[in-house]
Every structure is written in C-alpha cells, then in structure tokens.
Design a protein around this ligand. Structure first.
Ligand SMILES: C[S@@+](CC[C@H](N)C(=O)[O-])C[C@H]1O[C@@H](n2cnc3c(N)ncnc32)[C@H](O)[C@@H]1O
Length: 174
C-alpha cells in the first residue's frame, strides 16, 4: 500500500480538525515572525496551516493525501493546498523563501537540507518528529540529538527530547 493510500484511509476516518499552533511553538508563539509566507510540510488535515493563515501568513501546505488536503481546504480555503509525495523532495512550486517552515510528525532526514534551504533570512523552522528518546526505537524515530545536528547553520532557539518525541525551533541567520 502506498503512503497516499495508507494516509487517505487514516484521514478519511478522522473528524473534528480545528486550527492549532504547532506543538513545538506552544508557549513560544512570540518567536513567530509578524507575517509573510509560511510552508506546512506534511500538513495532514491542515490544523497548523489553518492556524498560520489565521495569523495572517500566506500559507502553502503540502501532503501526499488528497483526503487530508480536502479537510484542510474546508477549514481554510485561502491556503494553497498542494498534493505531493515528499519522498521526491519539496514540490517545485514551493521553492521559498519562507518566513516560517513547519514540519510536524513527518520525519524524512533526506528532506532536512531542503527545509533549511527554503527559509528566508531570519525565517523560523519548527519541527516535531518521533524520537527514540523515551521510547523503544524504530525506523521512523530520530536518534538522540538528530535535529540539532541536522541544522548546524541555524540558530537553535529551543530543542526538546523525551516521551518519544523530539522538536526543534530554529532561526535562519541573516
Ligand atoms: C502523523 S501525520 C501529521 C500531520 C500534521 N503535520 C499534524 O501534525 O497533524 C503525517 C502526515 O504525513 C503525510 N505523509 C506521509 N507520507 C508522505 C509522503 N510521502 N509525502 C507527503 N506527505 C506524506 C500523511 O498524509 C500525514 O498527513
């Protein structure tokens, strides 16, 4: 079964999506730039993309699942919803630069350089992935310290690991 088929099936039975900030930014909303362009990578049903749009950002939101994207479009029609398989990298229609890039609960280390490259000078990166820290490990989980090590060129503002999750909030220099 493909990523698209598997996630379409999961999104089809989910309900009740509401706009919400990225987990790693809760209590740190002051780090968010005042406005500009935002990219939500693997946006799912669009909760974070809709929240960013509500904060005045022009938002591009990418996911492999048309079912997830349709739920997002119902929540926030003004977002640009883009169906795309991220195993091929970011879509050509999303070259950046972005003032905010969010990727929450989708982990592909091959994508890390593209996420950093998509940031505008001073742009904010907000990541959350599954982690081996506080969990039993597995193919989808980040090793300890993976996120800060993957973004050496950014200023790291917050890094949390534990309970099977890791997050990084970092800012591009300039
Ligand atoms: C755990 S969900 C996270 C959704 C959202 N970011 C959130 O935090 O609620 C993972 C998302 O990654 C998407 N996804 C999985 N494989 C993908 C791929 N190869 N390309 C693009 N999106 C993919 C799924 O459709 C799903 O929406």
């Amino acid at each position: 079964m493909s990523d698209r088929e598997r996630w379409d099936a999961r999104h089809a039975v989910a309900t009740g999506t509401v706009a919400a900030p990225p987990d790693a930014l809760r209590g740190r909303e002051h780090l968010l730039p005042a406005g500009g362009r935002a990219l939500d990578v693997a946006c799912g049903r669009g909760a974070v993309a809709a929240w960013l749009a509500g904060r005045g950002f022009a938002v591009d939101a990418v996911d492999v699942s048309p079912v997830g994207l349709a739920a997002g479009a119902a929540l926030a029609p003004g977002v640009r919803w883009i169906a795309h398989d991220l195993t091929a990298g970011l879509p050509p229609s999303c070259p950046g630069p972005y003032d905010v890039v969010v990727c929450q609960r989708y982990r592909d280390p091959a994508l890390y350089p593209a996420l950093a490259a998509a940031l505008a000078p001073g742009g904010l990166l907000v990541l959350t992935v599954l982690s081996e820290v506080g969990d039993s490990g597995g193919p989808f989980r980040a090793a300890p310290g993976e996120l800060p090590a993957a973004f050496p060129g950014l200023a790291h503002l917050a890094h949390d690991e534990g309970d099977g999750q890791a997050s990084l909030v970092a800012r591009a220099r300039g």
